[in-house]
Design a protein around this ligand. Structure first.
Ligand code: NDP
Length: 289
């Protein structure tokens, strides 16, 4: 029987040796390997957990990580600007990743424009977003790339294709929903992007052959809405009663979906791997000059 759960470990186990080989080759060729700098928030537990995961995976792959912690409540735009400018100018730094969400005193759009587009391993600089519009992204949004890896894993197992499928994305944020929508369009899926003002969300979800949910509301999507045989990618991370849950009612969805991601252990670790993949792409771009 085909495995229904799209576990991050399956993707990570496949991608990690390839990426490690790539990094070893680059090190042999250039006498140095990629160096990733991470700006995170010291008093924000999701940021600390994510930073720890990023450091661990980077070290395993042979990417040198460096971190700068900032205080969520007190960090200023000037401080963030100073750190990013210093990393932009440093030729030993190849990738820059600023954790999101940002504290309310910082403007995400402004921060995204500060990062050198060649070092932007989250794919958020307007130059990288614009290239995505023309399906020519050199560095894509890491979460969106992770979602596509998981969809491709489902297609590998089922032998299907995305072309002509009904794809529904719930959530239209700049770092997840919108880039996922663009990547699905690039693959010729008939794509609908739902958001806070969408009327009859249930009806859209019920049509989806491929459903991607990135909202941040526990179990917003009911299992009974899932089209039998659908591929369901749950990006949401919510803590309920000390337990991490997604945006989709997991057990009920499991009874209907052909493939679905667990939360935790689905999209998150694949996103970390995509940050590393993007760091390698950024390194290559910078060696070309
Ligand atoms: P945002 O808060 O930036 O975006 C949430 C989106 O959901 C917005 O577009 C919002 O619309 C929309 N929305 C809100 N309520 C509804 C509703 N009732 N119906 C439909 N759409 C709605 O979050 P992110 O995109 O950054 O993240 C979404 C979730 O994914 C979070 O739980 C986050 O923790 C998680 N995440 C997980 C990652 C991973 O690697 N696993 C990586 C990044 C995020 P509007 O803006 O119009 O209000």
């Amino acid at each position: 029987m085909t495995e229904q759960l799209l576990r991050a470990a399956d993707i990570v186990d496949r991608l990690e040796p390839q990426l490690k080989r790539d990094i070893d080759q680059l090190r042999a060729q250039h006498g140095k390997g990629p160096h990733l700098r991470i700006l995170y928030f010291t008093d924000h537990s999701p940021s600390i957990l994510f930073k720890n995961a990023q450091e661990k995976v980077a070290r395993r792959l042979g990417i040198t990580p460096g971190t700068q912690g900032c205080d969520w409540g007190h960090v200023t735009r000037e401080e963030v600007k100073r750190v990013i400018t210093q990393w932009n100018r440093d030729p030993a730094v190849h990738g820059i990743f600023v954790h999101q969400p940002l504290p309310p005193q910082l403007d995400a759009q402004e921060i995204s424009t500060l990062i050198d587009p060649q070092k932007d391993v989250e794919g958020i600089h307007p130059q990288n977003s614009a290239r995505r519009f023309f399906a020519k992204a050199r560095i894509g949004s890491c979460t969106a790339l992770a979602v596509m890896e998981l969809i491709d894993e489902a297609l590998r197992r089922s032998g299907g294709t995305l072309e002509g499928k009904e794809a529904v994305v719930v959530g239209h944020s700049e770092i997840v929903g919108r880039p996922v929508g663009m990547l699905l369009l690039d693959r010729l899926a008939t794509t609908t992007v739902c958001h806070v003002a969408t009327k009859a969300l249930q009806q859209h979800v019920e049509r989806a052959d491929v459903l991607v949910v990135a909202v941040g509301q526990p179990e917003l999507i009911k299992g009974a809405w899932i089209k039998p045989g659908a591929v369901v990618i749950d990006v949401g991370i919510n803590v309920v009663g000390g337990k991490v849950v997604g945006d989709v009612e997991f057990e009920a969805a499991r009874a209907r979906a052909a493939f679905l991601t667990p939360v935790p252990g689905g999209v998150g670790p694949v996103t970390v791997m995509m940050v590393m993949k993007n760091t390698v792409e950024a390194f290559k771009l910078q060696q070309k000059g």
